[in-house]
Design a protein around this ligand. Structure first.
Ligand code: C2O
Ligand code: CU
Length: 588
C-alpha cells in the first residue's frame, strides 16, 4: 500500500520562543519544522495532515516550479482545495527537475500560518555533485516572533475592514527558531530595542549558536522565512562572504560583506573560517551575527552567534554572549536598493530571452488603498485571497468554499464559464480578466511584468514588497527609482545575463535618507521581470509580506488553456487530486 516519504502534521501548539510563549501553528511540533530533502528527477510524496482544530491549511513548496505536478503547489483555492481542519490530509507530489537543486522552504499558505508553520526544503543534485567546493553546510532559517496571535492578526487585518488593526511589528527576528529574550510588550516603549533584550536567564532560551571549526569552508543556506521586513545580516570580523546562489539558482561567485534578503528569498554563500592563529590574535572564538530590519528600517538589531569549536585548543573569548552588545560591532549600510543589483549572473548561462522575443508587457502596480469599506493592499487596484472578502464571513475556518471568488478550481469544475477571455484581458485590461479576476497567459508567451511602486487614489504610503511568483520563475531584469524605462534598462542589460529567481524586492526609494527620519521619505520605483510561459497551471503571484497577502495583495495567473492545465486527465481524477492530493483519491 501507499507509503509517503514524509509525513508532516500541522498542529496548534503553545511554543516557547525567545523566552516567551506563543500559540502557533507548527509542523511536526517544532518551529521551524523539520528539513525536507528532495532529489532532482526523483518523486517524493509528502503527506500533510491538517490537525488544527478549526482552520484550513495547505503546504506550499516555495520556489519549486512544480512543473510536473501543478496541483501540488499548495495554494488554497488556486491549485487545490484547502485541507480541511481536523485530521484531513493531502498527498503532495514533488519532483524537482534537473537544475532545480538548491535551497527552498515550505510553509502553510493559509492566512498568517506561515509565520510559524514552515521549514527548510533542500533539493539535492541528482548525481550528488555540486559546483562549489565546501567542507560543511549550515542552515540559517530566519523567522519572526509576533506578540499577537495569528487569529488576532488575521482578524485585525480583515474583519471588519474599516478598523485595519495592524499586526504590530515583529518582536524579534529569529534564526533557526532562536533569539535573545524579549520583554513582554507592556514593559517596553514602542521602539526601544536593543535595550528591549535582557540577559539570558537560562540556557533554554537565547540566540542561535552557529558552530564552526577553524580554517574550513562552510556553505550557508539562508532562508527568508520572515513574515514582514526585509533584513540584513553580517558576521563580526568575517567580511569575506561569497554568494553562490540566489533563491535556488547557482550564481557566479559574488563577494560581499553582508547579505540582504526579503521574505521568501534565499541566498547560499560561502564563508571561510579563520585559522587558529588568527583566532588567537583576535583573542576570541565567538563573534556576533547582527541582524537588522531594512527598508523600512526599524532601528533594531537582533543577534545570533558564530562560535568556534576548536578541538584540543582552548581560546578564551573576550565576547560576553549572555546579553546583546550595547551596540552592533558591524556597521551595515542603511541603503538597501542597490545591493548586488545587476551583479549576480547565472553560473551556467540560462536561456535569457532578448527584448525582441517579448510578446507583451503587463504592469502590476502595488498600492495600499484606503476606501470607505476598508484598507487593502492591492495589485493594480484589485485584490485576491483564498477566503471570501465579504464583511461578516469567517474566512479562516470557512469550509463551505463558496465560489464567490474566482480561482483555479473553477477551471475544472465550471468548464467553459471559467475560461478567461484572453483577448479582452490583453486588449482592454492590461492582461487582467475582469470576469474571473485572473491574468490569463498562453504557453509560449514571453511576458515582461513590470512591478510598480506608486501610491494612487486615497492611498497609503509606499512599502518595500518582496514579490513572489509561483510556477515558472522569472529573469530578474533589475530595479530602479522613478518610472520604468524599457530602453534605458535594456541598455543596462547589454552584455549582462540576468539570473532566474522566484522572489525579488520592489523597493521604495529614499532621498537623503537618514536613520530615524520617519516614514515620509519615500518615492516611487519599479522592478522588472521577464517570464517565459512554459508550464500549464494556476500560479499565483503575490507580495510575500503575510500581512499584505491577507489584505489582498495577490493575483492568479492562469497559464495554458483548460486542456493543457488538466493534462488530459479526467475531471474525476483532477477533482480527487484537488481535494486529497495525487495519491489518495476518495479518502476523507
Ligand atoms: Cu512562499 Cu505563495 O509563497
Ligand atoms: Cu507587500
Amino acid at each position: 500500500s501507499f507509503q509517503p516519504d514524509y509525513v508532516l502534521r500541522i498542529t496548534g501548539e503553545t511554543i516557547s520562543v525567545a523566552c516567551r510563549t506563543r500559540a502557533s501553528a507548527v509542523v511536526n511540533e517544532t518551529a521551524p519544522g523539520p528539513t525536507v530533502y528532495l532529489r532532482e528527477n526523483q518523486t517524493t510524496w509528502v503527506r500533510v495532515y491538517n490537525d488544527l482544530n478549526k482552520d484550513n491549511a495547505t503546504i506550499h513548496w516555495h520556489g519549486l516550479s512544480q512543473s510536473v505536478a501543478p496541483y501540488s503547489d499548495g495554494t488554497p483555492q488556486a491549485s487545490q482545495w484547502p485541507i480541511r481542519e481536523a485530521q484531513h490530509f493531502f498527498d503532495y507530489e514533488l519532483r524537482p527537475q534537473i537544475g532545480e537543486a538548491g535551497t527552498y522552504f515550505y510553509h502553510s499558505h493559509v492566512a498568517f500560518q506561515a509565520v510559524s508553520a514552515a521549514g527548510p526544503l533542500i533539493v539535492l543534485e541528482a548525481d550528488g555533485e555540486h559546483p562549489y567546493d565546501y567542507d560543511e553546510e549550515r542552515m540559517l532559517f530566519f523567522s519572526e516572533l509576533y506578540n499577537n496571535t495569528d487569529d488576532t492578526i488575521q482578524d485585525g487585518l480583515t474583519l471588519p475592514y474599516a478598523q485595519f488593526l495592524w499586526s504590530g511589528e515583529a518582536e524579534t527576528i529569529l534564526v533557526n527558531g532562536n533569539g535573545f529574550p524579549v520583554l513582554p510588550d507592556n514593559e517596553t516603549g514602542a521602539t526601544l530595542p536593543p535595550q528591549k533584550a535582557q540577559s539570558i536567564g537560562s540556557t533554554s532560551c537565547g540566540p542561535e549558536i552557529i558552530q564552526v571549526e577553524p580554517n574550513k569552508t562552510y556553505r550557508f543556506r539562508a532562508i527568508g522565512g520572515v513574515a514582514m521586513s526585509p533584513f540584513v545580516f553580517a558576521f563580526e570580523n568575517h567580511d569575506n562572504l561569497t554568494v553562490i546562489a540566489a533563491d535556488a539558482g547557482y550564481t557566479n561567485p559574488a563577494s560581499t560583506d553582508y547579505i540582504l534578503m526579503g521574505a521568501g528569498q534565499r541566498y547560499d554563500f560561502l564563508l571561510h573560517t579563520k585559522t587558529e592563529e588568527e583566532l588567537r590574535n583576535l583573542g576570541k572564538s565567538e563573534f556576533w551575527v547582527p541582524i537588522e530590519p531594512r527598508c523600512p528600517d526599524l532601528n533594531n538589531t537582533f543577534y545570533a552567534v558564530l562560535r568556534y569549536t576548536t578541538p584540543g585548543i582552548h581560546i578564551n573569548t573576550t565576547t560576553d554572549i549572555s546579553s546583546p552588545p550595547p551596540q552592533s560591532p558591524v556597521h551595515i549600510p542603511y541603503d538597501c536598493q542597490y545591493w548586488l543589483e545587476y551583479t549576480l549572473e547565472p553560473l551556467t548561462p540560462n536561456d535569457f530571452p532578448t527584448a525582441d522575443q517579448v510578446t507583451r508587457q503587463v504592469i502590476m502596480t502595488s498600492a495600499q488603498l484606503n476606501t470607505a469599506s476598508g484598507s487593502f493592499w492591492t495589485i493594480s487596484n484589485h485584490t485576491w485571497n483564498e477566503f471570501n472578502q465579504h464583511e461578516g464571513d469567517t474566512p479562516y475556518n470557512d469550509t463551505s468554499l463558496t465560489h464567490d471568488t474566482p480561482y483555479l478550481v473553477s477551471v475544472y469544475e465550471q468548464g467553459e464559464r471559467a475560461i478567461p477571455d484572453f483577448e479582452n484581458a490583453v486588449q482592454n485590461y492590461n492582461g487582467w480578466d475582469p470576469e474571473l479576476n485572473v491574468y490569463p497567459a498562453e504557453i509560449g508567451e514571453i511576458i515582461d511584468i513590470i512591478l510598480v511602486n506608486e501610491p494612487n487614489g486615497v492611498a497609503g504610503g509606499f512599502d518595500t514588497h518582496p514579490w513572489h511568483f509561483h510556477g515558472a520563475h522569472f529573469y530578474d531584469l533589475g530595479s530602479g527609482p522613478g518610472s520604468y524605462n524599457a530602453t534605458a534598462n535594456e541598455e543596462k542589460l547589454r552584455g549582462y545575463n540576468p539570473i532566474v529567481r522566484d522572489t525579488s524586492l520592489l523597493f521604495k526609494y529614499t532621498e537623503g535618507f537618514e536613520i530615524g527620519a520617519g516614514l515620509d521619505y519615500t518615492s516611487q520605483g519599479w522592478r522588472a521581470w521577464r517570464v517565459r510561459v512554459t508550464d500549464p497551471g494556476i500560479w499565483i503571484i503575490h507580495c510575500h509580506i503575510l500581512q499584505h497577502m491577507i489584505m489582498g495583495m495577490q493575483a492568479v495567473w492562469v497559464m495554458g488553456n483548460a486542456t493543457e492545465i488538466t493534462h488530459g486527465t479526467t475531471p474525476d481524477l483532477v477533482e480527487g487530486y484537488l481535494t486529497y492530493g495525487g495519491n489518495a483519491y476518495g479518502n476523507s
